[in-house]
Design a protein around this ligand. Structure first.
Ligand SMILES: [Zn+2]
Length: 163
């Protein structure tokens, strides 16, 4: 394999990879193949079943009982396939409000957050997220990082030590 940037030789290795491209700051993919170029330092990561990965990630976010962060709101909105404007229309706020939530200038109110979680419940298999869990959202923000590793045709959550 050669580097698409410089034509140098790529070295392939299994690594734990910070998946910043998903827009969440705290996601690590464990044991995925990363190909690094020794010449120019460029790298590429091989992510199998990316739709399944995003589904597993959405579940990990929505199942957690902490309040949603701005980047989690953005990730879930995009996962549901809404533009900022459509999402604002759907839940009855202005697009500016959605933008303030996502940019951490304002915390999403509890009713709006519950609505977003409800939308996710309808998108994901319902047994993954019982409605009662909606009443158990704590006021705290997430402190634990999210780890996922490829398994079979999908991805499973993997416990990680706190950062
Ligand atoms: Zn290179």
């Amino acid at each position: 394999m050669t580097c698409i940037e410089c034509g140098g030789k790529l070295r392939s290795k299994k690594e734990n990879y910070r998946y910043l491209a998903c827009g969440l700051p705290n996601v690590t993919l464990t044991g995925v193949e990363v190909r690094r170029c020794a010449t120019c330092g460029d790298h590429e990561v091989v992510i199998p079943h990316i739709e399944r990965l995003h589904e597993a990630l959405a579940k990990a976010v929505v199942r957690h009982e902490a309040r949603l962060s701005g980047s989690e709101v953005r990730f879930l909105r995009k996962y549901l396939g809404y533009s900022g404007v459509d999402f604002a229309d759907l839940i009855g706020v202005s697009p500016e409000t959605v933008s303030r939530w996502e940019n951490k200038k304002e915390t999403m109110g509890p009713s709006a957050e519950r609505l977003l979680r409800m939308l996710m419940v309808h998108k994901l298999p319902i047994q993954e997220y019982p409605i009662e869990a909606l009443t158990q959202i704590s006021a705290k923000a997430r402190t634990k990082p999210i780890g996922l590793r490829p398994k079979g045709n999908g991805w499973i959550e993997q416990g990680l030590a706190a950062a």
